[in-house]
Design a protein around this ligand. Structure first.
Ligand code: ZN
Length: 81
């Protein structure tokens, strides 16, 4: 399954309906046509991201290695549970 964020096919299945993208390092789940995207932090906690645009922004800030920005942004990008 191609990554919904970066369209890479460099993805792997890691669980039931759960996939991991080796390109943008995000996990995503597919269930009945609904796709959810998750960011996994260094401690292994997962954060549900609002949408693809948000996920793409996050991937860009990770690429730029701007961890301070990332921490700041994460607060506003995730769906609060
Ligand atoms: Zn990807």
């Amino acid at each position: 399954m191609a990554c919904p964020v970066c369209k890479s096919i460099n993805t792997g299945k890691v669980g039931h309906n759960t996939y991991y993208c080796a390109n943008c390092l995000l996990e995503f789940t597919e269930s009945g046509g609904e796709i959810e995207i998750f960011y996994i932090d260094a401690e292994g906690s997962s954060f549900a991201l609002r949408d693809k645009e948000v996920a793409l922004k996050l991937v860009e800030s990770i690429r730029e290695d701007n961890n301070l920005l990332l921490q700041e942004k994460l607060e506003e990008l995730i769906i609060k549970s």
